[in-house]
Design a protein around this ligand. Structure first.
Ligand code: 5AD
Length: 351
């Protein structure tokens, strides 16, 4: 089967074999990317119309115990000026976001031991008490099942934890010994099982990524059936072991986003900040490839430059309001409307 046939088969059957995935990633060309994007955009239009959901990200701590080789806030990077927002700071970000129409707050931070279950639960309860009509999404890395349960019971609705790669050998190339793929996948299964709307995902173009590892990612995502998928290009950071590595391809990122839309038609799929960093209209192209979520940054201007996962991150020289205005303009330019609301995952109606 050629790539065109594989893409049409995926659109119809929503799955491919390992062999077919590998072949698709080994042999695709520009026209295949266009075809996948066209079909994915049609799929998204049927389900969501010309609408995108906004989620406000609050980067509340850049302190991290992990040492991932790709990440700018890894613990070995001593050039980072470390910070933690207080509960008060976080609530101020929510207040600004709420006034701007946001109904989902994403609390993202490094794996920072200061934020114990008790402290996190108190913050979640405070947000939910003030904004009962809002969803709270967490992105705090790997924790125990008990911890995830406690934060869910405190009111958290969703959790983002990219698996980064579903291939054991590739995972080892991206992380030091003390991190394991098996624990990461355990976390994702626990999160889903507890009842979180759960997001996994990958960076595109990390060192060691191949058609075979990408095939494993697609098969893993298909079997997990996450409610959300985060995919953006890998972008090198100057203070990491991957400083000399090539950035991931925008075309391949758009291709994978489109394939995710075709594989899991209802999935919540953000056009990521990394995509908007790699190319100024990257997020526009993401939406045209089937994305239906954008995650503007609500972090205080004073900390934005300190949450640099990769070099030149988009929006770090803007205030929250400026960043939001720019993204609204970009969406208006392609005739898409930003909707106010929680934007929960909708399960497929089975006829
Ligand atoms: N380039 C692109 N994405 C990155 N992330 C971390 N470092 C980088 C980088 N250098 C992504 C990871 C992580 C998410 C929060 O940010 O996939 O899960």
């Amino acid at each position: 089967m050629n790539c065109e046939t594989l893409i049409r088969t995926l659109a119809r059957e929503r799955s491919l074999s390992r062999e077919d995935w590998e072949r698709l990633f080994a042999e695709y060309d520009e026209e295949d990317v266009s075809l996948a994007m066209e079909l994915a955009r049609k799929t998204a239009l049927e389900r969501f119309g010309k609408q995108v959901w906004f989620r406000g990200i609050i980067e509340f701590s850049n302190i991290c115990r992990c040492d991932c080789y790709y990440c700018g806030i890894r613990c070995s990077n001593h050039n980072v000026s470390r910070y933690r927002l207080t509960e008060e700071d976080i609530l101020a970000c929510c207040a600004e976001g709420y006034a701007g129409g946001f109904r989902t707050f994403v609390l993202q931070g490094g794996e920072d031991g200061w934020f114990t279950d008790e402290r996190m639960a108190a913050i979640i309860r405070a947000i939910k008490e003030k904004y009962p009509d809002c969803a709270v999404t967490l992105s705090l890395g790997e924790r125990s099942r008990e911890s995830y349960q406690m934060l869910f019971d405190a009111g958290a609705d969703r959790y983002l934890l990219r698996h980064e790669t579903a291939d054991e050998a590739h995972f080892r190339m991206l992380h030091p010994e003390n991190q394991t793929l098996s624990n990461r996948l355990r976390c994702l299964r626990d999160l889903k099982d507890i009842g979180y709307q759960t997001g996994c995902g990958i960076m595109v173009g990390t060192p060691g990524q191949t058609p075979a590892t990408l095939a494993s990612d697609m098969l893993f995502m298909r079997s997990l059936e996450p409610q959300m998928i985060g995919v953006g290009p890998f972008l090198p950071h100057r203070d990491t072991p991957f400083r000399e590595e090539k950035p991931g391809s925008v075309e391949l990122t758009l291709f994978i986003l489109a394939l995710c839309r075709l594989m899991l038609p209802n999935v919540l799929l953000p056009a990521t900040t990394a995509l908007g960093t790699a190319e100024s209209d990257g997020r526009i192209r993401g939406v045209l490839a089937g994305c239906n979520v954008i995650m503007p940054n609500l972090s205080p201007a004073s900390v934005r430059k300190k949450y640099m996962l990769y070099d030149n991150k988009a929006g770090t020289d803007l205030t929250a309001a400026e960043g939001v205005a720019l993204l609204r303009q970009q969406m208006a330019k392609i005739g898409y409307e930003v909707v106010i609301g929680r934007g929960d995952y909708q399960k497929e109606e089975t006829p």
